[in-house]
Structures are given as C-alpha cells and as structure tokens.
Design a protein around this ligand. Sequence first.
Ligand SMILES: Nc1nc2c(c(=O)[nH]1)N[C@H]1C(S)=C(S)[C@@H](COP(=O)(O)OP(=O)(O)OC[C@H]3O[C@@H](n4cnc5c(=O)[nH]c(N)nc54)[C@H](O)[C@@H]3O)O[C@H]1N2
Ligand SMILES: Nc1nc2c(c(=O)[nH]1)N[C@H]1C(S)=C(S)[C@@H](COP(=O)(O)OP(=O)(O)OC[C@H]3O[C@@H](n4cnc5c(=O)[nH]c(N)nc54)[C@H](O)[C@@H]3O)O[C@H]1N2
Ligand code: SF4
Ligand SMILES: [Mo]
Length: 758
Amino acid sequence: MTPTTLTGATTATTATTATTARTVTTATHCPYCSLQCGMRLVPVAGGPVPVEVSGREDFPVNRGALCGKGQNAAALLAPGARLTTPLVRDVRRDGTRGELRAASWTEALDRAAGGLAAVRDAYGADAVGVFGGGGLTNEKAYQLGKFARIALRTATIDYNGRFCMSSAAAAGKLAFGVDRGLPFPLADIPKTDCLILVGANPAETMPPALRYFREMRENGGTLIVVDPRRTRTAEQADLHLQPLPGTDLALALGLLHLLVADGMVDADFVAERTSGFEQARAAAMAHWPERVERITGVPVARLREAAHHFGRARTGMVLTARGPEQQSKGTDTVGAWINLCLASGKAGRLHSGYGCLTGQGNGQGGREHGQKADQLPGYRSIEDPAARTHVAAVWGVEPDALPRSGRSAYELLDSLGADGPEGVHALLLMGSNPVVSAPRAGRVVERLRSLELLVVSDLVLSETAQLADVVLPSTQWAEETGTMTNLEGRVLLRRRATQAPEGVRSDLWVLGELAQRLGATGRGGEGGFDTDPETVFAELCRASAGGQADYAGISYERIAAEDGVFWPCPAKDHPGTPRLFLDGFATPDGRARFAPVSHRPAAEEPDAEYPLYLTTGRVLAQYQSGAQTRRVAELNAAAPGPFVELHPRLAARLGVAEGDPLAVVSRRGRVVAPARITDTIRPDTVFMPFHWAGTGRANTLTNPALDPTSKMPEFKVCAVRVEPLPSGPASGRLSEPVSGPASERLSEPVSEPVGESK
Ligand SMILES: Nc1nc2c(c(=O)[nH]1)N[C@H]1C(S)=C(S)[C@@H](COP(=O)(O)OP(=O)(O)OC[C@H]3O[C@@H](n4cnc5c(=O)[nH]c(N)nc54)[C@H](O)[C@@H]3O)O[C@H]1N2
Ligand SMILES: Nc1nc2c(c(=O)[nH]1)N[C@H]1C(S)=C(S)[C@@H](COP(=O)(O)OP(=O)(O)OC[C@H]3O[C@@H](n4cnc5c(=O)[nH]c(N)nc54)[C@H](O)[C@@H]3O)O[C@H]1N2
Ligand code: SF4
Ligand SMILES: [Mo]
C-alpha cells in the first residue's frame, strides 16, 4: 500500500484502511507468533475465504516476509473450519454427561454464568478458576484479569504464558528491575558484533527474523548457537555448541569462568553499573572448563572459542528462547546468561544486551495487564498496596475488594476438582488448549474431567473445548480490532477487516454478558465491562499509568500513525521507548544485579530404566497445540503428524529404521510415533514436537517439575526409554495416520514447502 492510497480516517480503527476503485485494503498483523508480522488483507468475494493475505513491505519488523503459517492464516476464517454456534452439554438423567449440542447464546451464557455462580456459592470465590492465553489481545487479557478480580472475585487466575517465557521474565526482573523481552528493536541485531542464541530456533519459529542474524554476519558479526540439536538455525552459525539438555546453566557459568580467567571482564562497567559481582564470580570459578565439559558435553576448546568471541567483541548480545527457559532451573539459567552480559559490559549500552525472544502473538502484552496470578495491569504487583489502590480506583471498587495472588498455571490445573480448600470446581478458559500443551497432560485431562463446570471460549473445537460443558465461539484476528505488544515491546494495532460469521461473538462481549449475569458492579460499561476494544484500551492505559509497563500515552490513533509505539510511554507527548537501560537499569539503585547461581541437575535425569533425555519443541508448519494449524490443509500436508527424532547410532542400537513406529515411555506415560533418524541430534537425546493430540502427544511424557521462582514446568528435559514396535498394522494405532505418502513426507525437512517467502 502506498501512502497516496490512504483515505482519511473515519474512525481510528480504520485509519489505514485504504480504499481504491475496486478493493479495500486493511493493514494489520499476523494471528500467530510474537513477531507480529505486518500483513495486508484484501477482501475476496465468493471465495473459500473472505480475505487474501500478503506481507507488508512497509512494516519494519518483517518487511514483507511471512512464514507459511502467516501466508495461510485466512484459512481459519472460513465457516467450515471454525465454530459458528455456542455448544452446551446436557447432564443426563443418570447424572452422566451427554454430548455437546448447539445452543442459543442466551442459553449458553445463562448456563455458564449460572454454573460459575453456583460453584462460587457452594465452595467460595477461589473455587472458580480462570485460565487465559498469551495470544489474546491486550484488551482481552486486561478484561479477563478484571473479570476474575471484580466479577468473580477470585484469586484463581493464571495463563499459558507461565509455560512460555516466565523464567526469562523472572530473571529479567531480578537483574534489570523490569521485564521487557527485548530491550531494543530487532533492527539493532545487525549492528552487534557477537550474538549468542541460546535454545532458540528462529529458522522454524520466526523465519522472517532470520534476516537480522544474516545481516549481522554480513556485517562481520559472529553468531553462536547453543542447542542440543543442529537445527536449521544452528546451521547458519559460526559456532554451534551442542550441550546436553538442561545443562545451559553450567555452560554459562563456564563461559563466565573463562571471561574471568582470561582477563575479559569489563571492570569499569562492573564497578559503575552493577552489583553482586563477587558472588557470581565465585560461583563461576567453581565451574572450571573441564568440569563444564563433563557436565555439558561441550569440549573445552569450543567453550574457549565461544568465550573469546563474546568476551573480545566490542558489542554483544545474548538472546534466549524456550531451550534454557523451560527448565526447573530456568530462572537461574537465564540469570547466568545475563551474568555473562554484565561481566563483559554488554548490557545497557547501544547494540548490546540480553533479550528473550517471546513466543506468542501477545506474549509480551499478555504478561503485563493482569491475567497473571500475582499481577495487576501495568505490570504491577497485586500485593503492592499502592498498586491495589490505583487499579481499584480505575475499576470503581474498594482496594480491599481485590483478591490477592493466586496460584500458577500448572498448580491451578493440578488443583482442578481437588477436595478441600484448594479445590477449583469451575473453570473459564480463554485462549489456550492445555489438553495438548500442558505438562503431564494425561493428569491435566483427568483433572479437567473432574470439574463441575468447564467453560471454553475458542475459535475452534480444540481438544480442551471438546471436554467443556459450555463452548463459546469467539471472533478472531481479522474479524475484530485490538492491540498486541510484540517481542520488542512495540504496541501494535490489529484491525478488523471482515465480518465474522453469524453466531460468533467477541470475547469482550462475552465477558460483558457474563459480568452482567454475575451482578458485577464496577466502573465502565454495564457491570463495569465495556465491549468496544478502543474504549477498553483507553481504560487499560489509565490502569497502567505509573506502572512499569506504562501505556498511558498510547492510543489507537498514535499506533496507526507511528506503526507501533514502544512502552513505557507515560504521556501523549512522550515518544515511547525503543531502547531501555541506556541511562540506567530499572532497579532502585539503577544498577543491574548479578544472579548468585550455581549449576544443579534437572529434576529428572536418565537412569537404567529411562536411559535417554527427551526434549520437546516446535516445527515450522504447526503452531503450539496445533488447534489452529492442524485445521489448515497446506500446513498439515507439510507437517502431518508427530515423530521422534533420534540419532543414527541410537537407531542402530535399537534396530530401528526411518519411519518405524516407536514407543516412547516416561514415568508419566507412553506415546507412539514414527522414527525420524538424523545425525543433527545428540545420540543420548530424542526430540518430539508437541503439536499433536492423541497417542503421539509429547506432553503425555513431560515432567511438571516447576522452577521455584517462575513456576515454569520442565518441558525441555525428562528421562525416557524408547522401544521399537512391530511395524505394519501396529502403526494404525497412531492418532494421526502416518502411512503412505504422509510418511514419505515425514522424512523430508518439514519446513520446505512453507518456508520463508517474500
Ligand atoms: N512454527 C512455530 N513457530 C512458533 C511457535 C510454534 O508453535 N510453531 N510458537 C511460538 C511460541 S509461543 C514460542 S514460545 C516460540 C518458541 O520458539 P523457540 O524457543 O525457538 O522454539 P522451541 O522449538 O520450543 O525451542 C528452541 C530450541 O531449544 C532447543 N532445546 C531443547 N532443549 C534445550 C536445552 O536444554 N538447552 C538449549 N540451549 N536448547 C534446548 C530445541 O532443540 C529447539 O531447537 O515460537 C513461537 N513461534
Ligand atoms: N512439550 C512442550 N509443551 C509446551 C511447550 C514446549 O516447548 N514443549 N511450549 C509451551 C509454550 S511456550 C506455550 S506458549 C504453550 C502454548 O500452548 P496453548 O496454550 O495450548 O496455545 P495454543 O495452541 O496457541 O492455544 C490457543 C487456543 O486458543 C484459541 N484462540 C486463539 N486466539 C483466541 C482468541 O482471541 N480468543 C479465544 N477465545 N481463543 C483463541 C486457539 O484456537 C487455541 O485453541 O505450550 C506450552 N507447551
Ligand atoms: S513469523 Fe510467521 S507466524 Fe510469526 S508473525 Fe510472522 S508470519 Fe506470523
Ligand atoms: Mo510460547
């Protein structure tokens, strides 16, 4: 779209909707990951989907590029692909649950609100739980948190971001005083001299971002990748360190040891801008290179090479993603990587610093506005009296009426249906599919089944929605307006581009209707809940004012005019903050804090019975629990089912050939999936993607051991054994058939058919 085609804005939400003689074009963003690639939508009349998608060259993050998920995003707008009517499950005369059946909105909302109120009256407010998602817009996340606190008056709310970046968030807050995934724009990456990418596979998880790493190397910078697998990302690196899963903490301590031993500490920076170095140094000195080689499997020469590249570079960055974070020591592990940045003076300076590559579309904004158990809008603590007073005033309630902190995501799911005061007996779930994505998912399914009432709002009949008593079909992405905060802390506007099918309603409307039925009385629309996104955003901005994630100066108009505004932005005339910490860190004394951390093993290490490590993650063509992408034909063809990646040496030892069905067994369960043999993985480790339900569900196996600070489950490490199964009819037991052409496709790189495009 060229600026000359811009029409005058009639409303802020259509500010960059361009009208030409034949078409209306809407500038918006992708429904999936945290890159929030800029997209252009053009309506198509009479086609299978209502809009055509293309990348926006004028949006700085992706400059026109989209991955296959983004290119095919419109498929789920088709009525056949998604829910278009509320569903309700009747209770049979004998007390058992019947089938889900179509219902009117009035019946579904009455049933949901009536059930929530009944559980509250019978067991107390905290027995009603709320579970949100990092894919929800800021407006929805804010409203969900407010709904829990003032309509349900429950402390029991958390969300799937706890499974995502909570360890990095905790470590960032401890070190820098504030948690914003990236403290600089992605555009700074090509200007740094050395970048360490720890447990991140952007070649599959954020393909358009690869360009930044490529440009950095073209400018003479060094890329170091730390991953137990030689991923497509690792293949682009100057140096690939391939540690055992769960040993990143020792690795980072070993690198710090070498910085100290080889005289690469920036003593001036440490003295002027940090605190706590001595303790961190002492811990690192106990991790000498040979010891670290024994723990991690990374040869000393490689460690030294990495330490020297990073230590001697003028500027440098460390970026982590889920690899080091999804561990029962994720917070300490990220702290150790931050220590490395601080000791070498690579933080709080231009083109240097630590960052976390947040994952979900609104992974950043979703963690700022109150759907987290311990949080109020603006990244405020729910235990802070001043924060409670401020937010209660915006909501029109007394501070004492606000509940206190609740429990974390897995703890919440684990307590569903439990006897005693801890028990949660009704759950409202919006924007997550824990039946597939939660650790030890078999237990989570059993807990969900024990609820008296499960209400799920979703676009599709996800595996979790299939267990619900009430299913509420939600509008999505191109059918509604709202803001998202991308991984850079840039607040963006997703604009409505097409009409939702009859029978579908927005989550904001649903929350308003439920609040009214529950007799909520707060400030705002009816019962205190507005349903217009721009009005909710303005309220969110007021609620966030003075908090760390301060949005007070942001408006739809500004976002549209500036193509995004970086928080904090405390006033209308404030330019926003693309780069944090250049003048000081957000701690009380302005100094960054070293983390006093030491290595410890994973919660579960291999033994004679379970001799292998299992690690889990993603493939390019599927997104998360797969609820959305498994319904898109092109993506499903590219990545049709689960698989077990294993090294040729391990395969030979087990007598396994490519495509053979394997059982993978952990202390929590057993799954079946075909073998994919590759020398890109360590021989002592197997890998499974987690995008599928049924007998190939990786989370049947995973260990819900939680990080003590962030409460992040250990998705990235557990102990398993692998057993070959007789091939032939046995593979028919797989949930997603992988015979014939599909299994041939499985042996090819999943990413080829839907790779990065322009
Ligand atoms: N295609 C696709 N893209 C996505 C998503 C998706 O589901 N599909 N999800 C989005 C979301 S929410 C997120 S959070 C991001 C996640 O993005 P990433 O973090 O890049 O994705 P993962 O595949 O979970 O993990 C990254 C890498 O960690 C490695 N790893 C495993 N164990 C360890 C370990 O112990 N240490 C280290 N250093 N590395 C380890 C894995 O081998 C893997 O290559 O992706 C986002 N983008
Ligand atoms: N083994 C293993 N497990 C993992 C991970 C791993 O690496 N390994 N990664 C973890 C991570 S990082 C994450 S983020 C989680 C994600 O796992 P989930 O929380 O299950 O995420 P999604 O699959 O994105 O589920 C989102 C659901 O909400 C629906 N939805 C999308 N947008 C909206 C909306 O606006 N409104 C409503 N009402 N519904 C909506 C979608 O259709 C979908 O059903 O998985 C975690 N689980
Ligand atoms: S990388 Fe792909 S999924 Fe992520 S925002 Fe861009 S197009 Fe969407
Ligand atoms: Mo995530």
